[in-house]
Design a protein around this ligand. Sequence first.
Ligand SMILES: [Fe+2]
Ligand SMILES: [Fe+2]
Length: 340
Amino acid sequence: MADLSIPEGGFWPAPEIPQPNIYPMEWRVETDKLAAIYEKSKRTVWNPADLPWDGLDPDDFTAEQRLGIMYWFSVLANFDASGPAVFARATIQAFEKHEEDPVRKCFFSITRDEMNHEECCQRTIARLWPGGPLDWVPATDLERAAHNNIGWLYHNGGRYWTGYSSAVGKYSLPVLFTSFMMGEMAASTLFRGMATGTEHPVFSEMFHRIGRDESRHLQICMTILENEWPGLTDDTRSLITRQLRAGFVFLSMILWEPPGGFWELPPYFLHNHRVLMDHARDAGLGVLSYEDQAENWRVAMARIRAIVERWGIEFPAIPELDIEGVEVDFLDPEDIIPVF
Ligand SMILES: [Fe+2]
Ligand SMILES: [Fe+2]
């Protein structure tokens, strides 16, 4: 064995790495519960390609029903299909900020799951409406309405992404995660409702599996927040109140109906949205009625309220659902964080 080379006066200390940076590497574990959830996420992984797709036959539906289903999945994709990119960015951020290892790994697992949820949108649309969401030429008024609405929807998705990209670095973990928690609460609520409502075996299995993933995401968010909430300042608390209102405004597009405040939509959007959603409903997709959606959303909101109020965070007013609270007026895209 050759002798070591030891300089006179000892080894030279390596330069300090300017932060934020993913280096130096380390694998700190502070929250065993998060590490356990990550292990569970690896064991319960599933493959959307293995759903019984042969059972989803376009000929079982009318053209309007197929369009309605495609429309619903295109709306869902505005949320679920942004998941991989949103959480990939959050994962990178967690590395750069040297969050403990299980936090980074859990973010990664959410990214992985969301990729599966995106694939469900992709595969369903490819089977029932090739070229969808937008790469097809509409031939009827109903088709033109669907195509145009989806275009407007993604215009808003684009505004969300621009806002998220510029804001994600500015928000601390509790702010970011209260919003994510709201998204996961919304997602688990939505898929639980759809799983009960659908009459189709492919959608039933899909919604059950996605719903299970979303419940795990919610558990991840809650575990992170239990660590983060005790250190909240009043400024952060009022920022979170704002984010909760933003979450409601954004997520209502898929859980219920879009309120004003963020969405830039043409005046005919909502009417045609209702017509298209009715076709999806008629197809047996499991889209709940307007009243049942509102009730589910109200219950989810009450759950979130009970959680955040324990930590002294005030809940925003949601007059659309007769929920009283703090008035939050203007919202711009940078206020909107949640994903599914
Ligand atoms: Fe999720
Ligand atoms: Fe999801």
